[in-house]
Design a protein around this ligand. Structure first.
Ligand code: SAM
Length: 241
């Protein structure tokens, strides 16, 4: 599969061609046992803390930690949360983007259902990668640009690490393509991938869009997981000059 796009501004043109390897990769095998999963949940301090603090899942702590370090979301921010279900990142984004004097905007999108979250516009049952969904987001923004685009999207695990890696990188590239159209100058993108051979291709696209690109692994990521976050800060394609 290939994802290509081009954005032209007064000063430069960004042209991106990303070719994924998935057609060359093999087929899935089965996932891990449910007993193992239940035991892991019961012994995980972040699961307990999330329940105590009212977050929908332990992932909340990943965004809280990243935001503490990099201050991506501020009061008044316009945030798009791709892959939002069950909703902990949207909960965190809604809290961080609101203050006594400033009201942010948070749009959460997911293939799955999302139980409504106060302060969040949800697009449940929506595939972020489709033009219909992206047009809906643009309509909700109503001429505003986004300050922060988050993607914790993850494809259903196939059991074949290389194939899953390839698919999650394709989702990140789709997020970057959308970002190049609707992110404000100085805006940020945070994308989850499972680490692997395509990482450098995705970061090299990000380096053409952001002044700073970092790889972040918050403490709440499970140590055995290949999960990492690619953070692009300070978007510098200025469409309005
Ligand atoms: C790890 S979960 C996200 C957890 C979320 N950040 C939270 O804190 O509650 C990954 C989500 O990505 C969603 N997803 C995967 N592919 C997607 C797509 N193409 N469009 C929208 N959502 C997608 C899945 O349905 C799943 O709910």
């Amino acid at each position: 599969m290939a994802i290509t796009w081009s954005v032209t501004t007064q000063f430069r043109t960004l042209t991106v061609r990303y070719f994924s390897r998935s057609s060359a990769l093999g087929k899935a095998s089965k996932g891990q046992s449910s007993n193992w999963w239940i035991n892991r949940q019961l012994n995980d301090p972040y699961v307990k803390q999330a329940q105590e603090e009212g977050w929908r899942c332990r992932s909340a702590f990943k965004l809280i930690e990243i935001n503490k370090r990099f201050e991506l979301i501020k009061p008044g921010s316009v945030v798009i949360d791709c892959g939002a279900s069950p909703g902990s990142w949207s909960q965190v984004a809604a809290k961080l983007s609101k203050s006594d004097t400033r009201e942010g905007t948070v749009i959460g999108i997911d293939l799955q259902q999302i139980v409504p979250i106060e302060g969040v516009v949800t697009l449940a049952g929506h595939d972020f990668t489709t033009s219909t969904t992206q047009q809906r987001i643009i309509n909700i923004l109503n001429d505003r640009l986004a300050d922060v685009i988050l993607s914790d999207m993850a494809p259903s695990a196939s059991g074949t690490a290389a194939l899953d890696h390839d698919r999650i990188c394709q989702l990140s590239v789709a997020v970057l393509k959308f970002s190049s159209a609707i992110l404000t100058k100085g805006g940020h993108v945070l994308c989850k991938i499972w680490d692997g051979a395509e990482r450098d291709k995705v970061t090299s696209i990000m380096k053409r869009m952001f002044r700073s690109v970092k790889i972040v692994k918050p403490d709440a990521c499970r140590s055995e997981s290949a999960e990492i976050y690619l953070l692009g800060m300070d978007f510098f394609l200025d469409r309005h000059t």
